[in-house]
Design a protein around this ligand. Structure first.
Ligand code: SF4
Length: 153
């Protein structure tokens, strides 16, 4: 059986972002093909953690996630990360394609917590938890790298 991949819902065109929009992947046809083959497990960790859409933008401040209005939403982000991990374990998933730069899904860079549009090295809470459990997280900026292991299985 072909390996399954965890995918950020917004990359597949689901309008789940904080602003109620999506950010469909440029290669969405490729992703939809995988979906038709039943190889995708789709998740929005922020919604899964109980946050509404639209919602206030939030950024990571060390181990906490704080909205632009100062609300601490760490618990919801953590719950969403745990649910994403649970899905990976249930489906024996070893690879994830998550949205870059998000405080949940970002795998290499995130915003600095000051809401001044500045990126720093770091991971969102879901990407970090999956990485800790040996799940390889790619972003949409690394799609060619991701295609190599996926097209092999
Ligand atoms: Fe997309 Fe992840 Fe943000 Fe949900 S939490 S909108 S899947 S980047």
């Amino acid at each position: 059986m072909s390996e399954k991949i965890l995918v950020s819902a917004c990359l597949l065109g689901h309008p789940v972002r904080y602003d109620g929009k999506s950010v469909p992947l440029k290669e969405i046809d490729w992703l939809q093909q995988l979906q038709q083959q039943n190889r995708l497990v789709i998740v929005c960790p922020e919604q899964a953690g109980g946050l509404p859409t639209p919602r206030d933008p939030a950024e990571r401040q060390q181990d906490k996630i704080i909205t632009v209005n100062g609300q601490d939403v760490t618990q919801e982000f953590d719950q969403g990360a745990q649910l994403a991990l649970k899905l990976c374990l249930q489906h024996d998933i070893k690879i994830a394609l998550l949205k870059a730069k998000s405080p949940s899904c970002g795998n290499q860079q995130i915003y600095n917590g000051q809401f001044n549009n500045t990126l720093i090295a770091g991971q969102g809470m879901t990407a970090e938890l999956l990485t800790k459990h040996d799940i390889k997280v790619y972003s949409e900026l690394e799609i060619e790298l991701l295609k190599q292991p996926i097209n092999r299985t």
